[in-house]
Ligand binder design. Structure first.
Ligand SMILES: CC(C)(COP(=O)(O)OP(=O)(O)OC[C@H]1O[C@@H](n2cnc3c(N)ncnc32)[C@H](O)[C@@H]1OP(=O)(O)O)[C@@H](O)C(=O)NCCC(=O)NCCS
Length: 172
C-alpha cells in the first residue's frame, strides 16, 4: 500500500564540517554567511527526504541567532529535522553545535527555522505528505511550528503588500 504519512525520523539529516581559514574572518571566526549556507544545505536535505519531490526551494529563514563563535579548526555538527509539513511547505529546524574532539561534548552555537516548499519541474508548489510526530520533543515542535506559521503568514502578507506598493524604479 502507498505511504500516506512520514515520521520525523525518516527525514532527519546531519552534516559535519571542519572549519578552515578560508571560511573565517581575521579573528579566525567562521563567517555568519557561511554558517547560514551550511544551515540551509542540511535543512534542504531533511526537506528533500520528506517531500520526495523534484526539488525543494528555500522560501524563508527565520531569525537566526549566532549564540557563540565557531573557530578555525572546530568540528561543526549540524542537525536538521522537519518539525511540521503543511500543504506544500515544511518547517525545518536546524541546530548547529561544535564538538570538542577530546571529550565529545557539544556546545550550541546557532539554531534556525527554515521553510522549504516542494516544487515540480516548473517550480510550481506541489503537496507534501503530513508528518507524524512520535516523541514528546517532536510533538512540542509540531505544535510550536503551527504558531510560528501564523506569525510568518502575517509577515508574508505585509511584505507582499509592500512589494505591490513599490514602483519599478524604486531603487533609482
Ligand atoms: C517559495 C515559492 C515556491 C512560493 O511560491 P508562491 O507562488 O508564493 O506559492 P504559494 O503562495 O502557493 O505558496 C506555497 C507555499 O509556500 C509558502 N510560502 C510562500 N512564501 C513563503 C515565505 N516567505 N515564508 C514561508 N512560507 C512561504 C506558503 O505559505 C505556501 O505553503 P502551504 O502550501 O504549505 O500552505 C516561490 O516564492 C519561489 O519560488 N521563491 C524563490 C525560492 C528560491 O529561489 N529560493 C532560494 C534558492 S533555493
Amino acid at each position: 500500500m502507498a505511504e500516506t504519512t512520514r515520521t520525523v525520523r525518516e527525514s532527519q539529516a546531519e552534516r559535519s564540517e571542519i572549519i578552515f581559514p578560508n571560511d573565517a574572518n581575521a579573528l579566525g571566526n567562521l563567517f555568519g554567511g557561511r554558517l547560514m549556507q551550511f544551515i540551509d544545505l542540511v535543512g534542504a536535505v531533511a526537506a528533500y527526504r520528506h517531500a520526495r519531490s523534484v526539488t525543494v526551494v528555500t522560501a524563508s529563514m527565520d531569525h537566526l541567532d549566532f549564540v557563540a563563535p565557531v573557530h578555525v579548526g572546530d568540528l561543526l555538527i549540524l542537525r536538521a529535522s522537519v518539525n511540521r509539513a503543511f500543504r506544500t511547505s515544511m518547517e525545518v529546524g536546524v541546530k548547529a553545535m561544535v564538538e570538542d574532539p577530546k571529550t565529545g561534548a557539544w556546545r550550541h552555537v546557532s539554531s534556525a527555522y527554515l521553510t522549504y516548499v516542494a516544487v515540480d519541474g516548473h517550480g510550481t508548489p506541489v503537496p507534501v505528505m503530513p508528518i507524524v510526530p512520535e516523541t514528546e520533543h517532536e510533538k512540542r515542535r509540531f505544535e510550536d511550528a503551527e504558531r510560528r506559521r501564523q506569525m510568518r503568514s502575517t509577515e508574508v502578507t505585509r511584505r507582499r503588500e509592500l512589494r505591490k506598493a513599490l514602483t519599478q524604479d524604486w531603487y533609482l
